[in-house]
Design a protein around this ligand. Structure first.
Ligand code: ZN
Length: 348
């Protein structure tokens, strides 16, 4: 049995909100270091400095956690891109990069596993394969001495249950988040409340939702989960303006432009992006429900993370540069701004 020691994540959550920036693959894709489609983080081998910089950007903006970029760095995805032999190097390097930033910034280090895309409820052989995929990734995270492990973006709650079991058997705290698409039930037709209750019963330390839904369409589901679980809750929406009729970011359609493939997802979502105030509103609303593990997933920029951190009362280093419009040349109220400039403000 691995040695048990109290998780620093749970200690921090007992005191107040914890911010976890996610969405690394989306942001590195925008920065030109990662290919959309497969979304495999080959970048950790090919441009490790870009990963380090993004970790630093998110920590500067308020993330209390550095999540190793092992999203989709699992055996099945590596097979899809023909790089299965790089599976272990990618995982170990991602953990090493994240470890360095966590150490220099005094933040928590998280390992990460996610949906395998091979889970089939009707095929017991797939359950074994999924477990084996999780076990190898979790072992590499344990070797890196992570503070906890995130299991994320599961649309089958049963796959999340396997992830929970593997993480807990490895002796680590588990943050398990489900990905809810257009339906308000998991792919095996469990309600979100029931799914989260079962994940909690399986030993997860934090349960909730991440990715896929924007603040507006994630919030109603969070309310249903709220009364169902006792462990700390997690909420990490995507920063996009999803709606009742288009509740997931994959279901969004742009009335002004039809990109290749018709869907704006994943690389033409720009016009749907939430502003930082909307993310701040979400943070306040979630914290009022005592949802303490908060973040933003695919599409998140550092400005979103800073707004979220500030909305729950934090003051990250980037707050040094939070807006002060009193000094604006036309819109400002500063004594140096001449009245003639202020009068022109309406004509800007
Ligand atoms: Zn995401």
């Amino acid at each position: 049995m691995p040695a048990k020691r109290p998780s620093p994540l749970l200690a921090q959550l007992a005191q107040g909100p914890v911010i976890c920036a996610e969405g690394y693959v989306f942001e590195l894709e925008r920065r030109g270091y990662l290919q959309a489609g497969a979304f495999v983080p080959e970048v950790v081998l090919e441009h490790p400095d870009a990963v380090t910089q993004l970790h630093r950007d998110f920590v500067h903006a308020g993330s209390d956690v550095v999540e190793a970029l092992t999203y989709y760095a699992h055996r099945e995805k590596l097979r899809v891109i023909g790089r299965e032999r790089d599976l272990e190097p990618i995982n170990r390097r991602a953990l090493e990069i994240a470890r360095a930033v966590a150490d220099e910034s005094g933040t928590l280090l998280a390992g990460g596993i996610c949906n395998t895309n091979v889970y089939d409820p009707a095929d017991p052989a797939s359950h074994k394969a999924v477990r084996a995929m999780f076990e190898e990734q979790v072992q590499w995270a344990v070797d890196a001495n992570v503070d906890f492990i995130i299991g994320e973006t599961f649309s089958y709650a049963q796959e999340a249950l396997i992830a929970t079991d593997v993480i807990k058997k490895a002796g680590k705290a588990a943050v398990i988040t489900l990905a809810m698409h257009q339906a308000e039930v998991t792919r095996e037709d469990w309600s979100v409340a029931d799914a989260c209750r079962r994940i909690e019963a399986a030993g997860a330390d934090v349960v909730g939702l991440n990715c896929i839904r924007g603040p507006a369409t994630m919030m109603p589901l969070l309310r249903r989960i709220r009364d169902a679980v006792k462990v700390p809750m997690a909420a990490l929406p995507v920063p996009y303006r999803t709606t009742t009729s288009q509740p997931s970011f994959q279901s969004l359609r742009d009335a002004h432009y039809s990109p290749p493939g018709e869907r704006p997802f994943p690389i033409a979502l720009d016009p749907f992006t939430c502003n930082r105030f909307e993310i701040g509103d979400f943070g306040r609303e979630a914290l009022a429900m005592d949802i303490r593990y908060l973040g933003v997933c695919c599409g998140a920029g550092p400005h979103h993370i800073r707004a979220l951190a500030e909305s729950v009362g934090k003051h990250p280093p980037a707050s040094r540069y939070s807006a002060d419009m009193s000094k604006h040349a036309f819109l400002g109220s500063h004594e140096r701004i001449k009245q003639v400039q202020k009068d022109y403000a309406g004509k800007l």
